[in-house]
Design a protein around this ligand. Sequence first.
Ligand SMILES: [Zn+2]
Length: 324
Amino acid sequence: MKKIPRNLSRGIAGIMPDNWVLNRRIPCFLPFYHVVSDEKLPYILNYRYRNVAQFEKELDFYLQHFNVVGLEEIVSKGCTDKKTVHLSFDDGLRQCADVIAPILLRKGIPATFFLNTAFIDNKELFHRYKASLILSRLRDKPDVKTKKYLEQNNLAGEKILQATIFQEKLLNDVARMLGISFNDFLAREKPYLTSGQVRKLASEGFSIGAHSHKHPEFWEISEAEQINEVKESMARVKQLVNPKIRAFSFPYTDSGVPASVYATIGREAICDITFGTAGIKKDSLNLHLQRYPVEQAGDFINNLKGEIVYFFMRKWTGKEKVTH
Ligand SMILES: [Zn+2]
């Protein structure tokens, strides 16, 4: 079997008993999210974020089936306990403090928040959130001229949601054509955490890590730029909260990050632990772990069962480990 489709594993998982699948021995389970909100967020069309009720249901599921631990335990004990789960949240959105942290505290669940340091205090907006805002506007109120301009630049329809950091200027131009001001949006909506909120999260016992400075597509930038993004964001997180564990999660994916970047991170001791987003997988590197993206379409439990079945299908064909 060359490539095992995830759909196939989800189909198989659907007919297997929950407890049998969930009791399999897997590497530690590291689900990650971005935001939890009961509101429609026009700047987030890129993933299926949870509402409060669904999020609480998922947390209760982790508490029922796994041993929920903090980042320290993941670093000190490694990742072999089949019943270990650690949660994390990317991009440093305001809801981390307003919605997520109070729920986690009430349930006694530790977690890590990974920040894009350029966006703290609402100084800038992530280019893919800019793209979402533009698409939301165009869905509400189609605009022929803008549509044509986006078509010419190969960003028509949903394609705009894949815009890279190199197309940010184009996104800014389109926003201007539509009368959208990202600065007004940042000032009014305050989508990101403030420095004060980040310090409060740290004082409440949560781990704070870095998620790059500006969330660029790492596979599109040079090795030197990748290292700069890691260094710059780690330095700013250090300045802000001086975390005990220096953790970094690669934006989007670690696919496209060359082995030499991990070697530099190790040699210059820039991070204590790093994370990818390849799902439930082993990894060939020490202290580089793979997380599971929860915010997908479909039923949460069946998706997770599918991921576990997928892990074993890959394992049986000798492909459960990510190599770099
Ligand atoms: Zn991200």
